[in-house]
Design a protein around this ligand. Structure first.
Ligand code: ZN
Length: 312
């Protein structure tokens, strides 16, 4: 059976101080903080979600905040670069924006597209590319207006310890189409208009280490619970160990590690982020899953308050 993911659901990375994280992704990049919750496996630390106005799959980047932890190392077995798509003609705005907040960037070209590459305050590698495809975000924040706002993730570059095997998993297991080769990169596409372009770097850059500044995992989209179970079977048939279904409140998740060392998740599109609070106010309060609600008082004492704020 052939199965095809629509592309990226979310990318999850590890960062340090949570307010620094919010200031960068909301304050500088203008994304919406769509959910303030805790890591369900480590409830004393934040899990913060950023996306477009509704937190649509394909627009989401999420963070485990590990303040005070030793930095990780970007390397093989990780998503090396996360790409953001902006509307055609908005690159000048972003150059000025990053300049204003003293974020240094370099420009590079790949597959005929111009990229602006930079790092977040904790060392996570990011890039911005203009593309026609993908709906404009409806979210406006801190001087980032809809005509220039980040639409969502354009894709990612995977750093693998076994690049040809990772490429094969993308194509034969996840259902991506191989579209081009250029230098050290192989490009894959899916049918969606966001989160749809995946590049695999064919050369090794040395083993990565988990910690602030690196991506923890990448999640691919599936429609619903039924299709997710079909994915589980499909991936297991290819010889991978797949976890049981985990309820993440805003989606359901299964995980497996591909041959190149990268942790893959397959996540359902629903129920989404307005599942436990209103669309208008989501992201403002700490939301806890039912099983932690009786510990709210204690957890709110441990978790330093953070909020999305406009920066000067
Ligand atoms: Zn995830």
């Amino acid at each position: 059976m052939t199965m095809k993911t629509l592309g990226i659901h979310h990318i999850t990375a590890i960062v340090g101080d949570p307010q620094e994280n919010v200031d960068f992704y909301a304050g500088v990049l203008g994304l919406r903080l769509v959910k303030k919750t805790v890591n369900f496996g480590d409830k004393v630390r934040y899990h913060l979600y950023f996306g477009n106005e509704g937190g649509k799959p394909g627009t989401l980047i999420t963070f485990f905040a590990w303040p005070g932890a030793e930095n990780g190392k970007v390397g093989d077995g990780q998503v090396g670069v996360s790409s953001y798509v902006v509307p055609i003609g908005s690159m000048n705005f972003w150059e000025q924006r990053l300049g204003k907040f003293n974020v240094s960037y370099t420009k590079t070209e790949r597959f005929g597209e111009q990229y602006m590459q930079f790092e977040d305050p904790h060392g996570l590698r990011l890039e911005i590319v203009e593309r026609e495809e993908g709906a404009n975000s409806e979210w406006e924040f801190g001087g980032v207006t809809r005509d220039v706002a980040i639409k969502g993730l354009g894709g990612a570059t995977l750093f693998s310890s076994q690049a040809s095997k990772t490429a094969n998993v993308l194509e034969s297991v996840m259902g991506f189409d191989l579209v081009a080769n250029e230098g050290d990169y192989t490009r894959f596409r899916s049918a969606s208009d966001l989160g749809n372009v995946i590049d695999v770097l064919s050369t090794s850059i040395g083993k990565g280490v988990n910690g602030p500044g690196v991506v923890h995992h990448i999640a691919w989209r599936t429609n619903d619970d039924t299709e997710q179970l079909a994915w589980k079977k499909h991936v297991e048939n290819d010889g991978f160990d797949v976890t049981d279904v985990k309820d993440r409140n805003y989606f359901k998740a299964i995980y497996f590690r591909e041959h190149g060392g990268i942790l893959f998740e397959i996540a359902t599109d629903g129920p989404g982020f307005a599942h436990d609070e209103s669309l208008e106010t989501m992201g403002e309060s700490i939301m806890l899953p039912e099983q932690f609600e009786n510990e709210r008082e204690k957890l709110e004492e441990i978790l330093i308050p953070v909020k999305a704020r406009e920066l000067e």
